[in-house]
Ligand binder design. Sequence first.
Ligand code: NAP
Ligand code: 8YV
Length: 316
Amino acid sequence: MPDKPSLLIVNNFHADTIARLDARYETHHLWLLSEAEKRELIERLEGNCEAAATASWICDEIVYELGSLRVLSCFGVGVDGIDFERTGAAGIAVTNTPDVLNDAVADLAIALILATTRDIVNADRFVRAGEWRKGPFPFGAGLAGRTLGILGLGRIGNAIVRRAEPFGLRFAYHNRRRKEDVPFPYFESARELAGQSDILLNMLPGGPETFGLVDLEVLDALGPEGIFINVGRGSSVNESALVQALRHGLIAGAGLDVYANEPNVPAELLTMDNVVLMPHIGSATVETRAAMGNLVVENLDSWFSAHTLLTEVTGN
Ligand code: NAP
Ligand code: 8YV
């Protein structure tokens, strides 16, 4: 009998955290196995394993077949990779890693706002290509007095507001419900918010409720001078509508960190000069990823020592 509790690790979400889990638990690395081996492992763990760790944005369905599973500790805040119908039905508690990544993701959102409005990437290319000697670079758009519309004003959205205030931006937002403690104008729909925004920033979670919510109508409402930023989830944007809006000048530009089918980026976007493309690096700083890993470990430790959880989440 192993003297450490058994832990199923579903995917390779963060090497340093997995190494820490390997040292504390009797771990089983599901992602390294063939489908037949996975099934054999799940059968072998039945009754002997009550915890699993996974990325929050993707999870192997086979984990829900482990009847003794009681806790699923997720690395990441957006839990669109988790099937809450199945965890709820099976009595599996789920945890995620909120707040510890707010600063890093908000920093990247600001970077994308500045990169798009001041055309930073093309300006760099312009200097490197020796174009500066031939004439000045085209003017960009300032931020002071412009409106940043936030779709999904929550933990990260508020961290973005705190950073953006000193730039002189104004704010507006759309959530499912108006927030009593928020002083900014609230709009009942994404389209209405877009119509009042110079920069529309998507911070919405993924999942069926937000699927394709940013569509052609929303982008058209943003208008030909408008900038679209996406740091939330790619699934909440209709990417072919976005390509169409950028190609036909319905909006001026976009700054994207997330895509519907990562790591695949629509080919048309790769050819466009008015988009800045990031490879989903919102939370990708050494210290933030370590803090996310700490929460994954602490939730599991808390479960095994006291049957309590630090950051339980019941849906996306
Ligand atoms: P949060 O605090 O829950 O904020 C999300 C906000 O969206 C909430 O205030 C919620 O307000 C609103 N919302 C949810 N569903 C909605 C809907 N159907 N329509 C309109 N508004 C809706 O979450 P967070 O910690 O800020 O994270 C937000 C998302 O960012 C995550 O879910 C994840 O997908 C993404 N993310 C991306 C990165 C990256 O690297 N790019 C990193 C971390 C997180 P109401 O409940 O009032 O509607
Ligand atoms: C990912 C994220 O965890 O937390 C989220 O919801 O999207 C990110 O922090 C990260 O991109 C790992 O790849």
